[in-house]
Design a protein around this ligand. Structure first.
Ligand SMILES: Cc1cc2nc3c(=O)[nH]c(=O)nc-3n(C[C@H](O)[C@H](O)[C@H](O)COP(=O)(O)O)c2cc1C
Ligand code: SF4
Length: 376
């Protein structure tokens, strides 16, 4: 990259998360790639994908979400970290990223009532509350279920450390269990886990405490957090900010700001001008906490990335789809070709993984098929 680009240096300057030094302020946001086997274990296809990403000069890669309990799986081909059997494969994933000096975090999740995959298998889903309008077999979790899932999160984090990941990230966004717990739209309980904001954030604080007891205080722990809901009756921004503060006080080292309930993660679509829907929320979180804040969604140009970091709205920028189409995007930018990411936000990659096929850019596939048809 040209040394005269304004603000460029700050993007490619190191950043530290809970003692972990990163070479720059770019993050690959967690990306489910449907390459795990039927048990959730890493395969050769997964390793090849992470080896490629590892060459891309990204400060921190976050893995595809890994389920902490078998009743928490969201999608086909998703990684699992629910048993010790997963550790050797995860270690291979880490080695693939580390080979070229890239750091990697493990994202851990429980899907709660939001698991289309398990519904297809005839399972009864675990929900915070009964929600007849969801029209899928589920039951309200008992106190024992909730305690069990908290223990599962702690065990999953310990396995991640054991597998040599550089950090753990909780998935607290996009309508999965941690989003459901915090949102009055999904959490209608009247016991100590529901009702007041204090009760609805108890699960998060307990998960963080338990993980800290298990992996210690010297290991980076982050959360991808849907700070607020974008639906009437959901969590308001102020409450989300207070939850962010309390999570940091309890042991969170960084917050990646994303969608909660009511705004889909893939909110930026083909044809949209470049927009960063969560930038203001990230800036509000950043003003409230002392740890690094990342913002995800819609970042497609170096200019926008620079402006986010140099304005102080966030400490790091996080991207998902641009790295699906161009795992080497940053290398290109650093070499001076600063044309926008080739990703057009068309979401053609999503049906590919939804069918359980290994992740690839659907637009590249479409262009290939078109070219092949044209040459017949
Ligand atoms: C194929 C695909 C898989 C995804 N998997 C995950 C995931 O495992 N965990 C997660 O937090 N978000 C996941 N997301 C959401 C992205 O991390 C990101 O928040 C969203 O795509 C917006 O960022 P972008 O505009 O840079 O793509 C996924 C998105 C896509 C397209
Ligand atoms: S299919 Fe390719 S171009 Fe379309 S959103 Fe996915 S990565 Fe981007």
């Amino acid at each position: 990259m040209s040394s005269t680009s304004p603000g460029a240096q700050s993007l490619f300057e190191p950043c530290t998360i809970g003692g972990l030094e990163l070479k720059n302020r770019f993050m690959r946001s967690a990306t489910w790639d449907a390459t795990a086997d039927i048990n959730g274990a890493v395969t050769d296809t997964s390793v090849a994908l992470y080896r490629e990403l590892g060459k891309g000069g990204i400060g921190l890669i976050v893995s595809g979400y890994a389920f902490v309990s078998s009743h928490g799986q969201a999608n086909p081909g998703q990684y699992g970290i629910h048993s010790d059997d997963m550790i050797p494969g995860m270690r291979r994933m880490v080695e693939a990223a580390h080979r070229n000096g890239t750091k990697i975090a493990l994202q851990i999740v429980h899907a709660g009532i939001n698991s289309g995959y398990l519904v297809g298998k005839g399972a009864t889903l675990l929900a915070m509350s009964e929600m007849p309008e969801m029209n899928r077999p589920h039951r309200e979790m008992t106190e024992e279920d909730i305690e069990g899932i908290i223990a599962d999160f702690a065990a999953a984090a310990a396995r991640g450390r054991e597998a040599s990941f550089d950090a753990i990230q909780l998935h607290g966004a996009h309508g999965y269990l941690m989003s459901q717990v915090i949102s009055p739209l999904f959490n209608r309980r009247t016991d100590r886990w529901g009702g007041s904001a204090e009760n609805r954030r108890r699960f998060h604080l307990e998960v963080i405490r338990r993980i800290r007891q298990t992996i210690g205080n010297d290991f980076p722990l982050m959360i991808k957090f849907g700070v607020m809901d974008d639906r009437e009756g959901g969590v308001a921004q102020e409450e989300g900010i207070e939850t962010s503060r309390q999570m940091v006080d309890t042991g969170i080292d960084a917050i990646e700001v994303s969608a909660g309930v009511g705004q889909v993660a893939l909110t930026v679509k083909e044809g949209d001008p470049e927009m960063t829907p969560f930038r203001e929320r990230a800036a509000a979180v950043k003003r409230a906490v002392s740890v690094p804040v990342m913002v995800v969604a819609g970042i497609r140009t170096l200019e926008t990335a620079q402006s986010i970091v140099s304005s102080g709205d966030a400490d790091m920028v996080s991207m998902c789809r641009p790295f699906i189409r161009e795992p080497g995007l940053l290398v290109r930018w650093q070499k001076g070709d600063t044309a926008p990411a080739k990703c057009i936000s068309c979401n053609r990659c999503f049906p590919i993984v939804s069918r359980g096929e290994p992740l690839e850019c659907g637009e590249e596939r479409r262009l290939r098929e078109e070219a092949a048809a044209g040459s017949l």
